[in-house]
Design a protein around this ligand. Structure first.
Ligand code: HEC
Ligand code: HEC
Length: 278
């Protein structure tokens, strides 16, 4: 850019002529480069978003367990103890909580806890998806408990009415019929469900964090859990089309943002090239 800008001040009349003949090709090459760069950026970001939404879903190995042990020893041990048996005044025992509870707590950013209080809020997750799996593998290998569900967590029987019925019966009293949550007693609260993905909803039911009851598979069967998830996510999607943080349609809405931004960038590039060519 500055290669041509540098001689802007010298001999404008002569330079102008030269620029007409050689500049034309250079501008066209420049425009092509900008176009290719813009397209690559758009394609690249779309691919990134699209793959990041896929579930990991691999069974845990010995390597996962020892990697999880490592993470636990640096991030969790001070509050939950060397043998997962808890530390008085810091954190509860994790014996029997299982990978489901670990997934819920760590993927929603509640753990590691930063400040003791009445309520552990949802935060930016500190560990990535595979680290969460590793922590879960380790904690489950020592203490047992329910595992993380795998595969498609939506109900295939396309009746969201069933899910709605179950939701109103079991969940709405705390989370509200529109999922926006509500305060509970003693400074606790039932949070909004708007950011929760399928797996977080499932593991919330399996683990019953804080005041939330555990909904074991005897109370609400796995198929019913899927119906509830399908109901929540379908309603969220229809209430807020293209909103962020919605697991299934996330990549689609992000792609639209990228398209808009990309087309915007292209238009800026075209205007810029046009202005320079004049
Ligand atoms: C500063 C202390 C602290 C740290 C660090 C911490 N926790 Fe916790 N953890 C707590 C407390 C307190 C609770 C109980 C309160 C709650 O559930 O909100 C808890 C609850 C949990 C639960 C739910 C237990 C149950 O009965 O379902 C899990 C699982 C958990 N922690 C995992 C972890 C993991 C994994 C880490 C490390 C990445 C971690 N915690 C780091 C204090 C801590
Ligand atoms: C007695 C009140 C109560 C009932 C009933 C209840 N929950 Fe909860 N729920 C809570 C509380 C409290 C939390 C927050 C726990 C925490 O922060 O550790 C929570 C958290 C959640 C979360 C995590 C949201 C997020 O993104 O942070 C999900 C998902 C969830 N509940 C789903 C459900 C579903 C589905 C049902 C019905 C099957 C249900 N809950 C029934 C009280 C309840």
């Amino acid at each position: 850019m500055s290669a041509t800008g540098a001689d802007d001040t010298v001999a404008p009349a002569r330079r102008k002529k030269r620029r007409r003949s050689r500049g034309g090709l250079r501008h066209r090459l420049g425009a092509a480069a900008v176009l290719i760069a813009a397209l690559c950026t758009m394609g690249g970001s779309y691919a990134m978003f699209a793959t990041s939404s896929g579930a990991a879903g691999t069974g845990s190995s010995q390597a996962d367990v020892s990697a999880g042990h490592q993470l636990y020893s640096t991030g969790c041990i001070t509050c939950h103890g060397a043998n997962l048996d808890g530390v008085k005044g810091n954190g509860p025992s994790l014996i029997g909580t299982g990978a489901a509870s670990v997934y819920f707590q760590v993927s929603t950013g509640r753990m590691p806890l930063v400040a003791q209080g009445a309520y552990a809020p949802r935060k930016e997750a500190k560990y990535n998806e595979s680290q969460v799996d590793q922590l879960g593998a380790y904690i489950e290998s020592v203490g047992g408990g329910p595992g993380v569900p795998t595969g498609d967590l939506r109900s295939s029987s396309a009746t969201i009415g069933k899910g709605g019925e179950l939701f109103r019966l079991n969940c709405a009293s705390c989370h509200g019929t529109t999922f926006k949550g509500a305060p509970l007693s003693a400074g606790k609260q039932a949070p909004s469900l708007n950011k929760a993905n399928d797996k977080q909803i499932y593991t919330a039911m399996l683990s019953g964090p804080e005041n939330m009851p555990v909904f074991s598979d005897n109370t609400i069967t796995p198929e019913q859990k899927k119906q509830i998830i399908t109901y929540i996510q379908t309603l969220k999607a229809s209430k807020d089309p293209g909103g962020n943080g919605i697991d299934r349609i996330g990549p689609v809405s992000e792609a639209i943002v990228i398209w808009v931004a990309g087309v915007g960038a292209l238009m800026v590039a075209i205007l810029w090239i046009g202005a320079r060519a004049r």
